[in-house]
Design a protein around this ligand. Structure first.
Ligand code: HEM
Length: 410
């Protein structure tokens, strides 16, 4: 990076955090990538916006998650916040060996069989919801597809996976939404306080569920994780067990719900691609990859430099926070030709939408099934789905999603 590039890169970053930038960060990503692909900003972190350099940050052993020593030095007071303590005690906030241990133990319970067995449940769920919308479809009355379909399915799927009974679900929407601040880089004290309270409520819920499943095991992941804990107690503490369940619920719900809404909007704005998808249902698999590349619900991953290192020719000292802009890497024209075009059957160019390396999304296979089934069933029931007004966005940079997506169903 030349010194002359710094003002342009800083300006692109500042644009990204305005409300227009949050609505559409892609022009700012392009300007940042052109000015300085690896940019140590005055905002206090180094922002990385090209595909190969993001890969390097996610895969390289010079980078990892910030540990408690880093937080003590850089974010004093973090221990006062239960939500932050939670992130840094689960797999998503840890480095090996704790990360590998936690991830392996969860993988015993989160098996391919368990994930695949959810496919028919998701199909039934989607069909039930879509059928119930037939009246509104016939009258042409707009339906908010975000709250009618995109949110209820992932929440029900996480509940089914973890064994949360349906009648206990209503408060989870609000709790998980408030916990979403854990993904963001810019967070107010008020949002953090709400996140803390919501996290403590979910934690208390799961502590009780664990006790119930210990007394009376079922065929769900909570029972499976309790069994891991109880037979392998030296490798999974009771706190880690509760925190893992909270993490799974929080990581698996808003992300997928957001992605469904983003996909419906992207397809509406690209009618020729939508027409192809309706004609060739076999396109659904690659389409899901392309839709997550085009407008993914997680736009960034955070790391710190674990030692002095160099990325893209830029020296970074130990402890520097690094933000890998996954959404910008996914639009890097050197890697994805004509990146601003949605092309459902792009060649396998491996977008970074689910991350990469040690922290690659644990739920990616499940999220893909949910997206395939929900989009497949939506356009099978109502091939003429069209936006019926402007969708409304939830403000946020890291977690990118809509709060409402009005459509007419035909
Ligand atoms: C479209 C939906 C989803 C998207 C876009 C998404 C995206 C991501 C990304 C980018 C990461 C890596 C974070 C990092 O590198 O710092 C991640 C990690 C993770 N995701 Fe997802 N995710 C989705 C759905 C899910 C689901 C359904 C689950 C659970 C069932 C889940 C559970 C997790 C967990 C536990 C991690 C942490 C893995 C680790 O630290 O080893 N995600 N996800």
């Amino acid at each position: 990076m030349t010194l002359a590039a710094a003002p342009a890169a800083e300006a692109a970053l500042l644009d990204m955090i305005t409300s227009e930038g949050k609505e559409d960060p892609f022009p700012a990503y392009d300007r940042l990538r052109d000015a300085a692909p690896v940019f140590p900003s005055e905002l206090g972190a180094c922002f990385v916006s090209t595909y190969p350099e993001c890969r390097e940050v996610l895969l390289g052993d010079a980078f990892g998650m910030a540990d408690s020593l880093w937080f003590d030095a850089n974010q004093p007071g973090w221990r006062e916040h239960p939500l932050l303590r939670h992130v840094y005690s689960t797999m998503i906030g840890n480095n090996p060996p704790d990360h590998s241990r936690l991830r392996r133990l969860v993988s015993y319970a989160f098996t391919a069989r368990r994930i695949e067995s959810l496919r028919s449940y998701i199909t039934e769920l989607a069909d039930g919801i879509l059928e119930s919308l037939a009246g509104q479809a016939a009258s042409g009355e707009p339906v908010d597809i975000q709250s009618a379909l995109a949110l209820p399915i992932p929440i029900a799927v996480m509940a089914q996976l973890l064994g949360v009974p349906e009648q206990d679900l209503p408060p989870f929407r609000d709790w998980v939404r408030k916990c979403g601040v854990m993904f963001e880089v810019v967070v107010s004290e008020e949002e953090l306080a709400e996140g803390d309270a919501a996290f403590l409520a979910i934690r208390e819920y799961f502590s009780e569920l664990i006790e119930e499943r210990r007394r009376d095991p079922r065929d769900d992941m909570t029972s499976a994780l309790v069994a891991v804990r109880d037979t392998d107690g030296d490798r999974l503490t009771e706190d880690e067990l509760v925190d893992t369940l909270v993490l799974l619920f929080a990581a698996g719900f808003e992300t997928t719900a957001g992605m469904i809404g983003n996909a419906v909007v992207a397809l509406d704005r690209n009618p020729a691609q939508l027409a192809r998808l309706r004609e060739e249902p076999g396109l659904l698999g690659p389409a899901v990859d392309e839709l997550t590349r085009f407008d993914g619900s997680i736009q960034m991953s955070r790391r710190v430099a674990l030692r002095d290192t160099v990325v893209g020719g830029v020296p970074l000292s130990k402890g520097t926070p690094v933000v890998a802009l996954l959404g910008a890497a996914n639009r890097d024209p050197e890697h994805f030709p004509d990146p601003g075009r949605l092309v459902l059957d792009r060649a396998d160019e491996r977008p970074l939408s689910f991350g990469l390396g040690a922290h690659y999304c644990l739920g990616a296979a499940l999220a893909r099934i949910e997206l395939e089934v929900v989009l497949g069933r939506l356009y099978a029931w109502y091939p003429g789905v069209r936006l019926a007004g402007s969708p409304t966005r939830v403000p946020g940079l890291a977690l990118r999603r809509f709060s409402s997506v009005p459509v007419t169903l035909r």
